[in-house]
Design a protein around this ligand. Sequence first.
Ligand SMILES: [Zn+2]
Ligand SMILES: [Zn+2]
Length: 243
Amino acid sequence: MFLVIGLLVSVFRGFFRARKIQPNGFRWRTFRNEMFFAVISLTVSATVIGYLMHLVTSKGWAVFNHAPASGWVVGLEYALYFLGFDTYFYWFHRLMHKEPIYSWVHKLHHYSVSPNVLTTLSVNPLESLINGGFVPLFITLFTVHQSTMALITPTNIIMGLYVHCGYEFFPRWWHKSWATKWFITATFHDQHHRYFNFNYGGYTTIWDFICGTVRPKFLADFEQLKARARRPLTPTAPLPQPE
Ligand SMILES: [Zn+2]
Ligand SMILES: [Zn+2]
């Protein structure tokens, strides 16, 4: 029984270790600071964005379509949000990399060179208001179905956590296939934190490709990372002892 549990734990740890984007990047000091700023940012932005959402819905500026919607209508509305947010995020993000806005607003988020899930929330409250302000603006400009809204909120949370998770779970062909290379991976955003002036996209790589801001070595690094994950885990397993 203990042997089975031990084996499972070692396979589990090996699985994650092989997929860690920056194997030696974790710093407790950074993590502690991120925790502190995450609490502040979450409190301030949840209050203000909650108030904004209440304002636009209670004043009737934003209304939801409560009628049942077919799958493709919800899909189209969702695609509009997805690409709309991606465009909004990309350009505001690039603006936030310009001084003095960088020092005032965005620098805090770049405190972590090797992101982890807490980095998602470790942002200046002004930055979370800029990014979080998109949903109230979007539902004011477009009347979407309530079922679309039910997809938008989790997307926002999951994408933020996913791009900062520090592990690469997507397959090796992801950034090569024409069908998938437009959607960002954790490595894509991880490299934004590590190398700073590249890979600004939030949901897709589209604007980075159009504007030439994809890190030139990104594809090679992604390949290398995935090759590491494919290697058998023997280096971490105990070596056989001589008789
Ligand atoms: Zn940035
Ligand atoms: Zn980030």
